[in-house]
Design a binder for this molecule. Structure first.
Ligand SMILES: NC(=O)c1ccc[n+]([C@@H]2O[C@H](COP(=O)([O-])OP(=O)(O)OC[C@H]3O[C@@H](n4cnc5c(N)ncnc54)[C@H](O)[C@@H]3O)[C@@H](O)[C@H]2O)c1
Length: 362
């Protein structure tokens, strides 16, 4: 008999719908409840996705329902505390990005998972899909040679009204600006592909939006294998694009997409010295799975059904936020910050730093 896992969704805003839609396609998952302080949103959400029970808070939900997995789809300021409550109730946690507001909070979430012997999965869905897995394998096996340079650009557009939502645009409730909230997707994918990083230097700018955090950032991240990456993030780009380019000894890898990728989004160009037989062996698999919440949640639930650990597509919740923390810390200190330094308590709390305001008249 197929086992069943009872899931609950905390927060019923924009991203929660992607969770509910993905879960509807996974055999053996029953979404039994949702919670959100907005009664109206819970009612509409539950009606749309056929979820039987709705609550105002996680505490009420956990007191009434036996839950195996809690999906955290709330603003990031609540993630650490909500994760702890879910683990206390014996549930696994699947938390939306960014996992928390600081490295100290991510530490606490990982410690709570270990203490409760439960799994903590994080949603960075750009890691998923057959193309990302294939390219990562080619890079990690050494088949493409050393990765030398990389570009990781997030050119997105968020109008002024996007920041009307009260939790956006402040250090206290969003934890950072566009680097933490948007650029982190490509930063996460880049580091998923390239492995461990060693240092980062960054600069933060407020060019147009009326926010306390940055609306644009620029940085350089150096990876342990010696790859140098240019990392730019902005929410001011009329033609939106998410771009990753990696030049290795034997090939150029390019990915251009917006919020998700499929095989056609990737391009692999061999160096002149590579034989056609070798190039043929780099072909993407015939069966294609695009990136997205569907792919991520399906892999996470396969592991949970098997009683296993979180799969690589949803593991390592700290990796991308470490790079963002280093970019922020570097912008505040005016010098590169190394990964080793991040172990010091000074780097693990709030990531708030001054932002250069280049808006006219400021
Ligand atoms: N992976 C992605 O592509 C993706 C896309 C969008 C958002 N996100 C992330 O998802 C999270 C939520 O973003 P969103 O765009 O859905 O925000 P949103 O503002 O649309 O929705 C958040 C919901 O959480 C509810 N909420 C707030 N505090 C709560 C609490 N204590 N308990 C229960 N519910 C609470 C709010 O009432 C709201 O309905 C953020 O961390 C965001 O960065 C991820």
């Amino acid at each position: 008999m197929t086992p069943t896992l009872r899931a609950a969704i905390l927060g019923t805003g924009a991203v929660a719908h992607l969770h509910a839609e993905a879960l509807a396609d996974i055999a053996g998952v029953n979404v039994i409840a949702s919670a959100d302080p907005s009664d109206e949103r819970v009612r509409d959400f539950n009606a749309r996705h056929g979820i039987p029970a709705g609550y105002g808070t996680l505490e009420e939900l956990l007191a009434e329902e036996a839950v195996d997995v809690v999906h955290i789809c709330t603003p990031p300021a609540g993630h650490a505390q909500q994760t702890a409550a879910a683990f206390d109730a014996g549930a696994h946690v699947i938390a939306e990005k960014p996992p928390a507001l600081s490295l100290a909070e991510v530490d606490a979430m990982q410690a709570a998972a270990a203490a409760a012997d439960r799994q903590l999965a994080v949603v960075f869905q750009q890691r998923t899909g057959t193309a990302a897995t294939h390219i990562r394998n080619l890079l990690q096996s050494g088949e493409l040679g050393r990765p030398l340079t990389a570009v990781c650009h997030t050119h997105w557009y968020r109008g002024a009204e996007y920041f009307d939502v009260p939790w956006r645009g402040t250090w206290e409730s969003e934890g950072g600006g566009t680097t933490l909230s948007h650029g982190i997707h490509q930063i996460d994918l880049l580091s998923y592909l390239l492995g461990e990083w060693s240092s980062a230097s960054g600069q933060l700018f407020r060019l147009d939006r009326d926010v306390e955090t940055e609306d644009t950032s620029c940085g350089v991240v150096v990876f342990e294998r010696g790859t140098v990456a240019s990392v730019m993030t902005t929410v001011l780009a009329p033609r939106e694009s998410s771009l990753i380019r990696i030049d290795t000894e034997h090939a150029t890898i390019e990915l251009e997409h917006l919020y998700g990728h499929h095989h056609a989004s990737w391009k692999l160009t061999p160096a002149r010295h590579v034989t056609s037989e070798r190039v043929a062996s780099w072909a993407l698999p015939e069966v294609e799975v695009p990136s997205g919440h569907d792919a991520l949640l399906s892999e996470v639930y396969s592991s949970l059904f098997a009683g296993g650990e979180v799969p690589p597509v949803a593991a390592d919740p700290a990796r991308a936020i470490e790079i963002v923390a280093a970019l922020y810390a570097s912008a505040g200190r005016g010098r590169p910050v190394t990964r080793t330094e991040l172990a010091e308590p000074d780097f693990r709390g709030s990531m708030r730093v001054p932002v250069r305001d280049l808006r006219p008249g400021q």
